[in-house]
Write a protein that binds this ligand. Sequence first.
Ligand SMILES: NC(=O)c1ccc[n+]([C@@H]2O[C@H](COP(=O)([O-])OP(=O)(O)OC[C@H]3O[C@@H](n4cnc5c(N)ncnc54)[C@H](O)[C@@H]3O)[C@@H](O)[C@H]2O)c1
Length: 298
Amino acid sequence: MPEPKSQFDIGWKAPVSHQKPPGLESDLPVEAAVDQVPTFDGGSQLYKASGKLQGRKALITGGDSGIGRAIAVLYAMEGAEVAIAYLQEEEDDAQTTKKWVEKHGGTCHPIVTNLRYKEECKKTADKALQAMGTINILVNNHATQMMRENILELPEDQWELTFQTNIHPFFYLSKYVLPHMTKGDTIINNASINAYIGRPDLLDYTSTKGAVISFTRGLSNQFVGKGIRVNAVAPGPVWTPLIPSTMNDDAQEGFTAPIGRPGQPSEIATCFVFLASTDSSLISGQTLHPNGGTIVNG
Ligand SMILES: NC(=O)c1ccc[n+]([C@@H]2O[C@H](COP(=O)([O-])OP(=O)(O)OC[C@H]3O[C@@H](n4cnc5c(N)ncnc54)[C@H](O)[C@@H]3O)[C@@H](O)[C@H]2O)c1
């Protein structure tokens, strides 16, 4: 088999590595090609923007690295102003995201927080509103995970922390931001393929992602009549700092999709552009599945 042409080519394999959670993009052996998307022949090219989000204001949680960074950069390329929320430990990554956004002519407001606490969710929403004047797009993207093979070895503390991090802030942030939203505004929640395939060694994480899907559906039914759409994205394997900071060697060795490689963050971010723009004006309460060919539906 010929050498892969780029990280977007069949056969590209993410190098196994390890780092402390929450993990830094700058410590990945290969950083993501954040403003690049695939060409038809497996190469890469600069994402072609067309003003789809001109003048929109977006709050993106976990926007310092991985999928969140790619969303911030593509949103900026499409004309949006962004605020990114992230943990203190990730300041360096956040500053790099800010530079990427500025490189593409955008404005990025970094907000250090710990969304595990509802008071921090309130402060984060307030800071983003203050910085940008409003929020048209709320991207609930952040999450944590930790592998445990068996429910009997899954500490109660971990179960609670995962729920406090991965789903409670989606509720709090939506509750604090929605009073400022009007017709045309959107909420987009990051779920995971694991909610659909029931990944056994990520039981707590997988359960929170199931909650994200149901939260998306219920909230859409509350707000779609007001012209505010709520959708979810359920990515398959994507090479980000989450992986080397939480997954063992075997899991990383097998970290690929039916298409023959793991995904790149920008390939997930294009779904977030679509769902934030009027291209998806008739879509609400739904989930997109950028997962490299695993058929899940639903
Ligand atoms: N990487 C994958 O294979 C994959 C697959 C499916 C879904 N996802 C989802 O994509 C989303 C983004 O993850 P990623 O893979 O880009 O990894 P990532 O490590 O780059 O991003 C996760 C971010 O979550 C943020 N975060 C974690 N705990 C937080 C807290 N308490 N307060 C504030 N921020 C916090 C961190 O800033 C971190 O940057 C997550 O929801 C994840 O579940 C990832």
